[in-house]
Design a protein around this ligand. Structure first.
Ligand code: GLP
Length: 241
């Protein structure tokens, strides 16, 4: 596990942006795994800027998002589908048919999960996966206790996650309590992984991640078992290490 320390959020975003740009230049048809949440917004802004400067194109890029709330349609501003279009996809030249997110309002959610997992495989797997870090150590919506062999499936959100994400919703009651999430095994099959963390709210989680103890009680700790992981964290997130 490589650790890259940055001064602040802006430099964290820039470092991640440079790694993605490099991947886009090196691979003919890159498959990116993308995350939602506040953390990657600076990275997405940087990618949009580089696209506007004609330094990168998303024409040959395929994306797979980590997760989606159950019950929120693509028109719902709180859905991750809406978030990704708003924060990145609508502002670059990615082809709509190359954008994959789980459908949280699919009639058959179990089938949706299986098909999502299969599509990732059929497209050749994920070349570079971006992750954020939950304060409780979750990655995607894989909450503490998730088996490391888990695949894309329906998950119940931990109360800590519902509370943390309530800031995006009108009230706590509006936060869905279930989601479709890529599994830990699915994430671990990515060829390369970057995990981003910024700010003092992530300091305890980053300290726990870097203590090196691998346990299902702290999902992100599984990343120690992967050969190509970079933690990009700012000084505030690394304060307890
Ligand atoms: C959410 C998402 C995760 C994200 C995490 C951290 O619940 N499902 O994919 O990484 O929480 O979010 P933030 O970046 O807003 O701190």
């Amino acid at each position: 596990m490589k650790i890259f320390r940055t001064k602040n959020y802006e430099y964290m975003s820039l470092k991640a942006c440079n790694i993605i740009m490099d991947k886009l230049h090196k691979l003919d048809y890159p498959n990116l795994g993308l995350a939602t949440g506040s953390t990657p917004i600076g990275l997405y802004n940087c990618l949009i800027q580089q696209f506007n400067n004609k330094k990168i194109s998303f024409k040959n890029v395929t994306t797979f998002n980590l997760d989606e709330y159950i019950g929120l349609s693509v028109e719902n501003p709180n859905s991750y589908n809406y978030f990704m279009h708003d924060k990145l996809f609508n502002k670059v030249d990615i082809l709509p048919e190359n954008i994959y997110l789980p459908n949280g309002v699919a009639e058959n959610l179990e089938k949706e999960c299986k098909e999502y997992e299969q599509t990732i495989k059929n497209k050749g797997g994920i070349d570079l996966q971006i992750l954020g870090l939950g304060t409780n150590g979750h990655i995607a919506f894989n909450e503490p206790g998730t088996p490391f062999h888990s695949r894309t499936r329906i998950v119940n959100l931990a109360q800590a996650t519902i509370d943390a994400n309530a800031r995006f919703f009108k009230s706590l009651d509006d936060v869905p309590n279930q989601a479709i999430s890529m599994g830990i095994k699915t994430i671990m099959e990515s060829k390369e992984i970057i995990i981003l963390a910024s700010g003092d709210s992530k300091a305890n989680a980053i300290a726990k991640l870097l203590d090196g103890i691998v346990t299902e009680d702290f999902p992100a700790s599984v990343l120690h078992k992967h050969k190509n992981v970079t933690v990009i964290a700012d000084e505030a997130a690394l304060a307890n290490t």
